[in-house]
Design a protein around this ligand. Structure first.
Ligand code: F6P
Length: 366
């Protein structure tokens, strides 16, 4: 790390989430205040590949704290080491390694360090850069809350709140029509979002990838409720949930992405199976990208600001190649390479699972 540090680059990679702007603001304001200049890299690593890098001023980051999305733009496809340049005639992606191009850009823009705000894919790219001598500090984002090494990512609290508000609305119509409503939430292979939204929204059943469900058990739980006079049920299903004897439901394959699987459709599958098996009218609601949008809740703004500040503290102390994390309620940092391409799933000893079960929530297991 050069001393003194003069210029940093900042980028947001992967799927967006509420709170990204709060980190960009925290990092940029702190850097400018300490006499550093800041280069904003547009659309994640794509901005390095295509040389779209712009100066960030105080005016650029003023009044963005409460804005969703990212003023820098993002891409969840631009892994420079496995960059898709097109699809060939037999449908296979054409892959090129553009790491060298990115390293040249970092040099030509005189970036002493990068602050990379992203999830596991972004940290994986950052790890490649670290191996090539680039100074990187990672800041963990994702609505999925599945980044290895941290108990919490910013964006998660807002997505949970959005999903809970939707479940509250679904509940009244479910009650009026005595239906089963299956609310499908995001989360990829981790059930954090479904678990928290389900508990916060008082779901009767929560289906998460970590606990494969049996449709017989799901139907039995709904019938049991009906026998107890509860004529409607709310099921929150994580997009990555799967039956014990089934597979995850894939909505599409995006071959231009290094992580091509896009999950989706479990809500439809579960709702139709319930209707067929026990004859209770069922509907599904897919919350989809609504969960990624909108203004960040205060907790995410605060967490994002803390993370951004810690990233800058590390850089100013000459520390590099760390991922800012929150563990046991304390701000810490860990080797950025540890978080690459790993997902933090819900462990069976997670206290919220037991708490949910003790208020009668079913997980579709036997
Ligand atoms: O990782 C964030 C996330 O929103 C997942 O929950 C979801 O599976 C995926 O991204 C959707 O990706 P895309 O925006 O490419 O549809």
């Amino acid at each position: 790390m050069p001393t003194p540090l003069k210029r940093i680059g900042v980028l947001t990679g992967g799927g967006d989430c509420p709170g990204l702007n709060a980190v960009i603001r925290a990092v940029t304001k702190d850097a400018l205040h300490h006499g550093l200049s800041v280069a904003g890299i547009e659309d994640g690593f794509l901005g390095l590949i295509e040389d779209r890098v712009r100066e960030l001023t105080d005016a650029d980051v003023s009044n963005i704290l409460s804005d969703g999305g990212t003023v820098l733009g993002s891409s969840n496809k631009a892994n420079p080491a496995r960059f898709c340049t097109g699809i060939d005639s037999d449908g296979a992606p054409k892959i090129e390694d553009l790491t060298e191009t990115c390293l040249q850009r970092i040099e030509s823009h005189a970036l002493d360090a990068l602050v990379v705000i992203g999830g596991d894919g972004t940290m994986s790219v950052a790890s490649t850069f670290v191996e090539r001598g680039v100074n990187c500090i990672g800041v963990p984002k994702t609505i999925d809350n599945d980044l290895w090494g941290t108990d919490l990512t910013f964006g998660f609290a807002t997505a949970v709140q959005t999903a809970v508000s939707a479940i509250d609305r679904v509940r009244t119509t479910a009650a009026s029509h005595h239906r089963v409503m299956v609310v499908e939430v995001m989360g990829r292979n981790a059930g954090w979002l479904a678990l928290h939204a389900g508990v916060g929204g008082g779901a009767d059943l929560i289906l998460i990838p970590e606990i494969p469900y049996s449709i017989e058990a799901v139907c039995a739980a709904i019938e049991d409720r009906r026998h107890r006079g509860k004529r409607y049920s709310i099921v929150v299903a994580s997009e990555g949930a799967r039956a014990v004897d089934g597979e995850q439901v894939v909505e599409r394959m995006d071959l231009t992405s290094p992580d091509p699987v896009r999950l989706g459709g479990i809500g439809r599958v579960v709702a139709s199976q319930i209707e067929e098996r026990i004859g209770v009218e069922s509907r599904q609601v897919v919350l989809g990208h609504v969960q990624r949008g909108g203004t960040p809740v205060a907790a995410d703004r605060v967490l994002a600001t803390l993370f951004g500040d810690h990233a800058m503290e590390l850089l100013k102390d000459g520390v590099t190649n760390r991922l800012v994390v929150m563990r046991d309620g304390r701000l810490r940092d860990t080797d950025i390479r540890e978080a690459a391409d790993k997902q933090r799933l819900v462990p069976m000893e997670e206290p919220l699972l037991a708490a949910a079960r003790s208020v009668g929530t079913h997980f579709g297991d036997m």
